[in-house]
Write a protein that binds this ligand. Sequence first.
Ligand SMILES: Cc1cc2nc3c(=O)[nH]c(=O)nc-3n(C[C@H](O)[C@H](O)[C@H](O)COP(=O)(O)OP(=O)(O)OC[C@H]3O[C@@H](n4cnc5c(N)ncnc54)[C@H](O)[C@@H]3O)c2cc1C
Length: 287
Amino acid sequence: MRAYIPSYQLVTPPSLGEALDVLAADNGVWRPFAGGTDLMVLLEAGKLPHKNYLNIWNLKELRGIEVTGQHVTLGGLTTYTEVQQEKVLQKEFPMLCQAASETGGLAIQNRGTLGGNIVNASPAADSPPALLAYDAELELRSHKGERWVPYHEFHTGYKQMIIRPDELLTRIRLPRVPGTLQHYYRKVGTRKAQAISKVCFAGTALVRDRTIDDLRIALGSVAPVPLRCVKTEEALRGSELNQTTIDRATAVLADEVVPIDDIRSTSNYRHRVSLNLLEDFLQQLRA
Ligand SMILES: Cc1cc2nc3c(=O)[nH]c(=O)nc-3n(C[C@H](O)[C@H](O)[C@H](O)COP(=O)(O)OP(=O)(O)OC[C@H]3O[C@@H](n4cnc5c(N)ncnc54)[C@H](O)[C@@H]3O)c2cc1C
């Protein structure tokens, strides 16, 4: 059943201040509409119950990529195409570029935004694992001011988040890491392009003298939220890279991921693939 279009409203505020005023005045009545690549699918399927949308596509405050000595900060409306084109992201945050290049086709990459991917809150989304592994922070802004929150605290349950109805996700900040960070990103889907993930794995590590100084591991499609695997990280941090360490970490990850069966895959398959990807990541670090 297709949606009845005249029952929907879309307003376009001219500035960020006015957009935030609208969100504050009618708490929860208006919801952001960015690239629309998630929302339009629901609309077409007649599954978009909420009727009032705030078009934020033209808000210049949510655009652009800023590079300082310590951070790379992306506007919430940064598209996948823009992510892939940015040199500093290609060099220092390649997993985000890879996630962007493997998200949908060109039309989706030109229109879909990182902010929309995060707030849509699908556990199967492709950029969240990379953002978690890079320890991203999010700027949430309302008419009262802004707050920065660590991304790993943002998702609290399936499609549940700490963002309030009067807030927009305005910026995404990535800390630049001195030293030689190693990156490992794998999206496992039904086919190589234009597939929704069955499992998505992102890992970063700093290895010195065959010892894991630091690392971060995040997975998609294995829990109700994009999952930062802190217990597995704990099991690995400070350890020597050998087969005993790898086996121990794999056993910890086996308890940490709790995938479900759905139309795209089975729990068993996702579980097995998650462990295989961890092993592959660690064997590559070892090599
Ligand atoms: C054919 C197709 C293929 C796709 N392939 C992939 C894929 O491979 N991997 C993947 O991860 N995703 C994929 N997607 C999903 C989608 O493209 C992404 O999730 C995209 O990043 C959503 O961004 P958007 O700007 O279009 O969000 P919208 O549809 O505009 O919004 C999505 C949600 O986020 C909210 N929102 C958006 N921006 C903000 C903001 N700044 N602040 C607060 N709330 C906000 C909206 O209110 C809405 O609830 C695909 C979609 C399609 C149609």
